[in-house]
Each structure stands twice: as structure tokens, then as C-alpha cells.
Design a protein around this ligand. Structure first.
Ligand code: UTP
Length: 443
């Protein structure tokens, strides 16, 4: 039922259009498209009773076991058993930034790009552990070239370039509401990035999973490009996940309100999974514990550690992750090559859908002020402005714990190369002033 496309492929008067459509369709799993249109392979809401997930509270970080986990995590890093994977594809439509999201100048004083923030973290940890941490960066078809060019023109921010690996995520066609392929304004088939869950398949197809296996990688630390407060390859989290023999582990923060738009980690029987904000019905969203507090408070910050063998398993079952279907307004090419706005269906997969596939999973609470300041929107909540303010607040709190007084209204920024966390900063106390009364960068 795709005669409109078949006709264009066959049209001898437009060879370039025909070539583009054929090239685009060559990437598409047509059987899968058909199955999805029939309603197979789609994410479904779970029926039945769900309970809050078992979450280790943030105070766990101060427990004796946490000391052992941190040590184990550091040892794994030192032995080269851990890779970092950053998902940096997608479209960034809400932010509306021109170019890769990772190029956004995120930090409060130095205006460092997100790519630089994470590079400095990886570099700091590589120095601390005495070996390069292999870092895999997922781009999209659209932002791959500018992302690579950005790293190259910045000398990989001091990292060993051979330890940084880029791979491109897959694309998936958006369809009209009655299941027809749409055409893009450039004349090919309208495709969209296949969601961050595409990371498993893209790691496999690009050969990165094989490379990880050959390198002896055991654990994969995954995070998103738009949260500058991620503690990349946090040794505690890696060690905890590893000691407990988990297949995929997640970090969560306490939701600020019942209506905060984050997915929540829950469990049903032995399986842990994430309920997206948009899929939460009121009973779940407003459920309270006997003491009246929020029952489902464990908001995911999309930071995971994934066992490499488990990642291979998810990647090998082609299409195993269910697809989420969303109706979006799409600017497509209409008849007579005019641009038209139509309602279309976009399909994506999400990393968190690997959670219920796992036999064992650990969920760790972390403090929002320490680890979560996403940049999603152009203004308001989760914007560049709100994130910069949260970055300042974190660094003020590190300095305050080190006994430094920071005057009100003063902004501070600490490079990961200066201090990785509050404890690390404490070791530098003798090089810090007692009072900070103007904006200061520690680099
Ligand atoms: P978001 O869900 O915020 O999507 O991505 P987005 O494409 O960046 O932005 P919007 O929704 O269009 O406004 C969360 C993380 O997942 C990555 C993004 O780069 C970001 O780090 N992502 C998202 C991908 O790598 N690929 C995708 O297809 C979607």
C-alpha cells in the first residue's frame, strides 16, 4: 500500500528522488514497520498492581558497604573493565538549539560546552585511574559530522582521541496516520532518529559491542548528553551494580512534586520497570504512602550501568525493545513538491525498556542537587538558565562543606579537572581561599 513511493522510485524523470528514496528504504526494516502498523511490537501499559521499586536511599553512600563498592568500582576502572556510553543523538526539538545539543554552552561562568564538561570528567577519572576510559558517543545521522568536527577542532579536550568512539544511531520512518510513508523536504523518505533505545542496536551494528568485548569491558555506564551534573562512571554506582550481579541498574532522585515530568521506577513481582510520566494514570501519580508522602517518588535520571553481556542480549534480539508510538506534527513534502504540515506517527525505543528484561537490577537514590540539572527546554524548568543556577548551587555547597564562605549572589564554577566531587575538593582545602566574594572559576 505504498504506491505513491513505488511510483516515485519508478519515475525516470526524477532519478535523484528515486535514488534517495531507495537509499532511505535500504535502512528500514519493512517487516517491522508493517508489524508496528498492525499494533505488534508496541510498548503496552502493564495491567495489574505495581509497587514502588526497592530503592537504596541516598544515605547508602555513607554506609560501610558503599566504601567497598567505591573501591570495587575504582578497581574495575583501573583494570579497564568499564566503558562510558553517552547518547547524544535525537533532535533536541524542545531546546531548539541549532546543531548538536552537546555543543550548548552549558556552564555558568566559562560557558563550557556539554561535550567539554563530560570530556573533562572522563579525563579527570582517566588520570585518577591511570588508564584511558573508552568513551562511546552515539550521534544521529544529522549531528554526526558536526559532533566529530567539534571534538576534532577542540583537540578532543585533552583526551586521547583513540579512546573516543563515535557511532551513529538508526533512523525509523514516520508514517501518516493511515500507514503511508511520508516524504522529507529533501526528497527522501521521512525518517526520524529511532530513540535512545536504539543505542543497543547501533552499538551492535557499528561493531562497538564487539570492540568492547575484545577490550574486555564488563560494565557499560550510560548517560544522556543534556545533564551536566552526571557523575560519569561514578565508582560507587559501578561497584554497587557489579557486586550485586545486576544486569542493569538505575539512578533515581526524589520527585519534587506529584506532577514533575519524569519517569518513575516501579516493580511488579520480581521485575523492575519504568513508567513514563505520560503513561501514569492519576491513581499511580497521586498515590501516597500511609504517612501521606508520595508513594512513587523514584524519578529516573536516565543514568544506568549495564552489564555488557546483557547489552549484547538486548541488542541481539532485533526489535526486542518495544516501540513507543506518538502522534506528532510533521513537516513533509506534499504533492507538487510543496511543504505541508501533517499529523504523523513517530516510533521510538527507549533505554529504560531494557529494565524489565533484566533478572537483577539495582536502583540507587542520589541527591538531585548533586546529580540532576537537565537542559531540555529553551526557557523555564529544565532550561539552560535553571541548569546553570543548579550547577552554581552544587559548587557553592562543595565549597561550603570545605569550610569556604561564598558570598550571596556570587557564582562559582569548578572544573572536574580541579575537583571531581566534594570529597576531592576537601583534599585541596589548603589551596582554597576562606572567603569568595566575586565570581570565581576553579580550573
Ligand atoms: P530527549 O528525550 O530529551 O530527546 O533525549 P531530544 O531529541 O534530545 O530532545 P526533544 O525531545 O526533541 O526535545 C534524551 C537523551 O537521549 C538522546 C538525546 O541526545 C539526549 O541525550 N537521544 C534521544 C538520542 O541519542 N537519540 C534519540 O533518538 C533521542
Amino acid at each position: 500500500h505504498q504506491d505513491h513511493v513505488a511510483d516515485m522510485i519508478a519515475d525516470p524523470s526524477a532519478p535523484e528522488v528515486s535514488r534517495r528514496i531507495r537509499a532511505d528504504l535500504a535502512q528500514v526494516d519493512l517487516d517491522l514497520v508493517e508489524r508496528l502498523m498492525r499494533g505488534e511490537g508496541l510498548a503496552v501499559q502493564r495491567d495489574g498492581h505495581v509497587e514502588p521499586a526497592d530503592v537504596l536511599p541516598w544515605t547508602y553512600a555513607c554506609s560501610p558497604e558503599a566504601v567497598a563498592c567505591r573501591k570495587e568500582g575504582l578497581e574495575l576502572l583501573e583494570r579497564g573493565k568499564v566503558a562510558a556510553v553517552m547518547v547524544a543523538g535525537g533532535q533536541g526539538s524542545r531546546l531548539g538549539h541549532d546543531g548538536p545539543k552537546g555543543c550548548v554552552r552549558a556552564t555558568p561562568l566559562e560557558r563550557k560546552s556539554l561535550f567539554r564538561v563530560f570530556s573533562e570528567q572522563v579525563l579527570a577519572l582517566s588520570r585518577r585511574t591511570g588508564r584511558d576510559i573508552p568513551w562511546f558517543i552515539m550521534t544521529s545521522r544529522e549531528n554526526d559530522a558536526p559532533t566529530r568536527a567539534f571534538f576534532e577542532s577542540n583537540g578532543f579536550f585533552g583526551l586521547n582521541a583513540s579512546a573516543v568512539h563515535f557511532f551513529v544511531q538508526g533512523m525509523f520512518p514516520s508514517l501518516s496516520l493511515d500507514g503511508k510513508f511520508l516524504l522529507s523536504s529533501e526528497g527522501g523518505v521521512f525518517l526520524n532518529p529511532d530513540g535512545h533505545g536504539g543505542v543497543f542496536r547501533a552499538l551492535r551494528i557499528s561493531g562497538c559491542l564487539d570492540l568492547m568485548r575484545d577490550m574486555g569491558i564488563e560494565e557499560i555506564f550510560t548517560f544522556q548528553v543534556d545533564n551536566p551534573l552526571v557523575k560519569v562512571c561514578d565508582p560507587l554506582f559501578i561497584g554497587l551494580h557489579h557486586r550485586r550481579g545486576a544486569q542493569i541498574s538505575s539512578k533515581v532522585v526524589r520527585k519534587t512534586s506529584f506532577d514533575e515530568k519524569v519517569g518513575v521506577i516501579v516493580k511488579q513481582g520480581a521485575r523492575t520497570f519504568l513508567v513514563e510520566y505520560s503513561d501514569m494514570d492519576d491513581t499511580l501519580r497521586y498515590a501516597t504512602a500511609p504517612d501521606g508522602t508520595m508513594l512513587h517518588w523514584a524519578g529516573s535520571i536516565a543514568v544506568h550501568v549495564i552489564d555488557r553481556v546483557f547489552a549484547e542480549h538486548v541488542a541481539s534480539r532485533d526489535g526486542a525493545l518495544p516501540y513507543h508510538r506518538a502522534v506528532k506534527t510533521i513537516r513533509a513534502m506534499g504533492p507538487d513538491a510543496s511543504i505541508v504540515t501533517v499529523d504523523g506517527v513517530k516510533f521510538e525505543t527507549f533505554i529504560f525498556d531494557a529494565l524489565p528484561l533484566a533478572r537483577t537490577s539495582v536502583t540507587l537514590e542520589v541527591l538531585r542537587a548533586e546529580e540532576f540539572a537537565p537542559i531540555k527546554n529553551a526557557t523555564g524548568n529544565d532550561s539552560l538558565e535553571s541548569s546553570r543556577a543548579l550547577q552554581v548551587a552544587r559548587h557553592v555547597s562543595w565549597l561550603t562543606s570545605a569550610g569556604v564562605r561564598v558570598a550571596d549572589g556570587v557564582a562559582v564554577e569548578i572544573s572536574p579537572l580541579f575537583a571531581y566531587d566534594a570529597d576531592d575538593l576537601m583534599t585541596k582545602r589548603s589551596s582554597l581561599p576562606d572567603v569568595i566574594s566575586r565570581d570565581t572559576y576553579f580550573g
